[in-house]
Design a binder for this molecule. Structure first.
Ligand SMILES: [Zn+2]
Length: 175
């Protein structure tokens, strides 16, 4: 599962499983998590020649990833339920289980990722407003030209635009 928003192009996020040697993956086979790269420490995948299979039990935790390079903090896998402490990102997942991020961890990482993309959403708002602003400016120029052509004075136009006659003249006389 991955996350994206309509305002954050280039920021597809997901929760990766982390191997003991620091590699990250989101896919698995029956035997373990599929990890790109051949180190010789693990068995090779039978169908993907560039991938090794890291046994589910060896996955050390989970971490948010984003297409842009952002990484969340590690959610550490602890060996027993007693050591689990979600507030300190310590989560128990039995060794025999598939080592994808447990649902609660995936949700928490999703929230971290949303926080990561929040500034981009806010900037998208600025972008939209700037576009409207530029468009309104062009409309203003056009209506001033039309008013002038219809015989309005710079004083009339300035009053309508909320500026002085002089300012109106300086802004539009050359257009
Ligand atoms: Zn990102």
């Amino acid at each position: 599962m991955s996350w994206s928003t309509d305002y954050s192009e280039g920021h597809e996020g997901w929760a990766a499983s982390v191997t003991p040697d620091g590699r990250r993956t989101g896919s698995s086979t029956g035997q373990g998590m599929l990890v790109e790269g051949i180190t010789g420490r693990y068995e090779r995948d039978t169908t993907l020649p560039d991938y090794e299979v890291v046994p589910h039990r060896e996955i050390i935790g989970w971490q948010g990833q984003c297409e842009c390079g952002w990484q969340g903090e590690l959610w550490e896998r602890v060996p027993s339920a007693e050591e689990a402490d979600a507030g300190r990102r310590k989560v128990h997942l039995p060794l025999e289980k598939s080592a994808h991020a447990p649902e609660a961890v995936e949700d928490a990482i999703g929230d971290e990722w949303l926080e990561h993309v929040a500034p981009f959403g806010a900037v998208a708002g600025v972008e939209a407003a700037a576009r409207d602003y530029a468009q309104a400016g062009r409309r203003l120029d056009k209506t001033v030209a039309a008013a002038k052509a219809a015989g309005a004075t710079w004083a009339d136009i300035g009053r309508a635009a909320g500026i002085t006659r002089q300012a109106a003249h300086e802004r539009w006389a050359d257009k």
